[in-house]
Design a protein around this ligand. Structure first.
Ligand SMILES: [Zn+2]
Length: 249
């Protein structure tokens, strides 16, 4: 292990000196073998690495089922099939829950998609880790759980529009749109110039579509949005209130 990664602050729990290992912010396992170059890495401690790996292991076997990405078949063959062969229990759960459905986007039937019982909380938990890793990668910003709150949701268009407005305002420091592995993972993040742990993110893995609730109806969306904010910051509270306010019918 290179010294570069030892004894640093773990980016996830932010305990000083606790890092033992480099962690790929977006795990290599999500990418086809020929698309794993230049993925961002951050220092992590053993315990965070294990917690994050558990999420990645589950999601890299499950997410490609919901993919609308052009390489979806490739993902299934090369990435998912071998994992399911090694995890018969998960394979049985998935095959029991698979259903074929139509995706409605903007009122049009776009395509059929398989829906499986993806635990979307696990997707969002992983995205929270990823936001921490990317904030460090882009801006050297650490986000301690003790004084930063984070929210993550798959949003309906109205909520997404609100987040997009924040992502595209000129008052923020932006990563710009980033695409990794030919679209396997895409994201854009911004942070406030003053309150550096006030951040907003859009993320999509494999262009997976999943359900979001809108006025009692479920619609299919592919982007998840995240926001992090310093605890006790009035401006952030206002933003979060706006985030969580029910959409007017
Ligand atoms: Zn840690």
């Amino acid at each position: 292990m290179s010294k570069r990664w030892k004894g640093k602050t773990c980016v996830y729990c932010t305990v000083e000196g606790s890092s033992t290992t480099p962690d790929h912010v977006i795990a290599r396992g999500f990418f086809p073998v020929d698309k794993r170059d230049n993925l961002p890495q951050v220092p992590a401690c053993d315990s965070c690495n294990v917690r994050k790996s558990n999420l990645e292991h589950y999601l890299s076997a499950v997410l490609p089922f919901g993919s609308t990405h052009a390489d979806a078949c490739d993902f299934m063959d090369k990435l998912v099939a071998p994992r399911l062969r090694n995890n018969q229990k998960l394979a049985r759960e998935l095959s029991a829950g698979i259903d074929k459905t139509y995706a409605f986007i903007n009122g049009r039937v776009l395509q059929t998609a398989m829906t499986i019982p993806i635990d979307s909380e696990k997707v969002l938990d992983l995205y929270k880790f990823i936001a921490q890793g990317l904030a460090y990668t882009h801006w050297n910003v650490l986000m301690p759980a003790s004084d930063v709150v984070s929210l993550a949701e798959f949003l309906i268009p109205e909520g997404a529009g609100y987040m997009e407005a924040m992502l595209n305002t000129s008052k923020v420091i932006s990563t710009g749109p980033v695409t990794l592995g030919d679209g396997v993972f895409t994201y854009q993040g911004v942070r406030d110039p003053v309150h550096q742990t006030l951040t907003v993110w859009r993320m999509s893995m494999y262009s997976v579509i999943t359900e979001a609730e809108a006025n009692g109806q479920s619609i299919m969306v592919s982007n998840a949005y995240l926001m992090t904010a310093p605890c006790g910051l009035k401006a952030a509270t206002d933003l979060i209130e706006a985030w969580s306010r029910p959409v007017a019918a």
